[in-house]
Design a protein around this ligand. Structure first.
Ligand SMILES: [Zn+2]
Length: 338
């Protein structure tokens, strides 16, 4: 059942758990997430980036997401736009039927150049006005993440624009966002850290400070794949050439969840699981040529990772906790200032 992200995150805050937000580009990825949600009885956030929307011509992806809501009625499901680059992009996602959008005004509309604080406030505030009028949730971003993914990102080191806690407070006050993505040293993509991250490079202390100043704002961790060694090894064992790399350890994410993190973005881990499974089939059964022979194991491998994260983030078992409030009802609640 479709639900606004605001309600889903409010429930998560009340229950003291986090919710994984998993990126999708195609049917198998959506199926993997929904099967994992059913297996673990979890609420689910399915998110599409601009890259995913263009890869799938928008409407293919949207109708796959609707199919997910139809086939898994017991799962509260959020359709979220990941890294909207402009007011226009957010507007088109809301028009399409997404129940939540991210306005990433930390970068200019080119998706590459870090913007000014004033620009970010202005663009995000516009999206909040437009989205809340329709009951749609808004995630904003303050500070700039490292790396580039799907052509989006400044390509900088994760530590170049760590979020300033006081600026985060001002940003939330001026924009009225429901959820806030912060930069604490993480990057998009597989290559996040050269060794297991310490507090020098992964600024959990900044996150904790922001939560203390903004106890009611739902915090979002981007670039939070754990990049497990076994998934890297599987790819390399079957002919891949990944360089050694480290992600965000699950125990650090769990520390974040105890300090206001409600949404955790995971994409790379699923990509690794899919690629490893496909490489294994290609290497072990080179006579196979039906795409289902490798897409089925790929889908199963992703489902396993997603179910594991759902359990680790604490969202497992919470699918039946609440009745989704219709989006139109959410619009009335926003209008009433609730
Ligand atoms: Zn991101």
């Amino acid at each position: 059942m479709l639900v606004s992200m605001r309600q889903l995150l409010d429930e998560a805050a009340q229950g003291g758990y986090g919710v994984g937000a998993f990126n999708v580009n195609n049917m198998e990825q959506i199926q993997a997430i929904m099967e994992a949600a059913r297996e673990t009885q979890s609420p689910a956030i399915v998110q599409a980036s601009r890259g995913a929307r263009s890869y799938s011509q928008d409407r293919f992806l949207y109708h796959l997401m609707l199919a997910a809501a139809e086939l898994y009625p017991e799962i509260p499901l959020v359709l979220h736009l990941d890294h909207g680059n402009s007011v226009e992009t957010c507007k088109s996602a809301i028009g399409l039927g997404f129940t939540s959008v991210m306005m990433d005004g930390s970068l200019l509309p080119d998706g590459k150049t870090p913007s000014s604080f004033e620009y970010n406030v202005e663009a995000t505030r516009k999206v909040v006005e437009m989205a809340h009028a329709q009951g749609v949730t808004v995630e904003g971003e303050i500070g700039v993440l490292g790396g580039i993914e799907d052509g989006h990102g400044a390509g900088l080191d994760g530590l170049s624009h760590v979020t300033d806690p006081d600026q985060a407070v001002e940003f939330v006050e001026k924009t009225g966002v429901d959820a806030l993505a912060i930069a604490i040293g993480t990057s998009h993509g597989a290559y996040k850290f050269a060794k297991k991250p310490t507090g020098e490079v992964l600024k959990m202390d900044v996150l904790i400070e922001i939560h203390k100043k903004l106890p009611k704002t739902h915090l979002v961790m981007h670039g939070s794949s754990s990049v497990p060694k076994d998934l890297q090894d599987l790819i390399n064992q079957y002919g891949g050439q990944l360089k050694p790399t480290f992600g965000v350890p699950v125990e650090e994410i769990q520390l974040g969840i105890r300090n206001g993190v409600r949404k955790i973005n995971v994409d790379t881990d699923n990509r690794l699981a899919i690629t490893g499974a496909i490489r294994k089939v290609f290497a072990e059964k080179p006579e196979k040529f039906d795409p289902r022979d490798y897409l089925k194991p790929a889908r199963e491998a992703m489902q396993k990772v997603v179910a594991q994260r759902m359990t680790q983030f604490g969202q497992a078992g919470h699918a039946g906790d609440y009745q989704p409030i219709p989006i139109e009802e959410m619009a009335k609640l926003y209008a009433a200032g609730k």
